[in-house]
Design a protein around this ligand. Sequence first.
Ligand SMILES: Cc1cc2nc3c(=O)[nH]c(=O)nc-3n(C[C@H](O)[C@H](O)[C@H](O)COP(=O)(O)O)c2cc1C
Length: 203
Amino acid sequence: MFYETRENNHGLESSPFNSLIIPRPIGWISSQDTQGNINLAPYSYFNAVSDNPPMVMFATVNSRSDGSVKDTIHNVETQGEFVVNMATFELREAVNLSSKLLPRHINEFLFTELEAIPSKLIQPPRVKCSPIHLECVYYQSVQLPISSEGYTNRVVIGQVVGIHIDDSLIISGKVDITRIKPIARLGYSEYAVIDNIFNMYRP
Ligand SMILES: Cc1cc2nc3c(=O)[nH]c(=O)nc-3n(C[C@H](O)[C@H](O)[C@H](O)COP(=O)(O)O)c2cc1C
């Protein structure tokens, strides 16, 4: 099949696009507003974009129906800092629960009954039971074309200034990712878990 994205004439029940660039890592992002209200939410339009300096991005693909931006975007753009917590298979239900649309002042750490611990270099807290945390400082946002429903889209870029790794994951000088079992987003309501890896060496 072939379809033109601006026509969206794929003839399927829903757009297949989200199933075609996979898996998407999940940035489980804690942030806070300038009054100190804390927020936690997953973003799977998330990735590393540079390793030196280490930079990450996440994107909002849908603003709220009232036209306001999502809390994470608002907080990061106004307060200037955020933490990326690793989303693991063990934490999958809490990750999902933290995506619930809640009023801006509601703290998803309390809503999901997750313990928050302080960061070392920035204000927003970390998810204690997540094994990896990236402390990030806001760099810049990039506006994307508005969606077909008229929602604003934007990419938020941050610089990673501090990294926490649970010591038990470091085996022979390397992070053993199979002990972490990160989860990733596929299309629809599908997820993948990374628990089986293989090595290949460049020729
Ligand atoms: C696994 C997962 C991944 C998600 N990825 C995104 C994303 O990339 N961009 C987005 O705008 N919303 C995404 N969402 C939805 C947001 O988490 C949801 O809109 C949430 O309420 C936003 O919270 P906030 O307003 O506190 O930032 C995702 C939800 C789940 C469960």
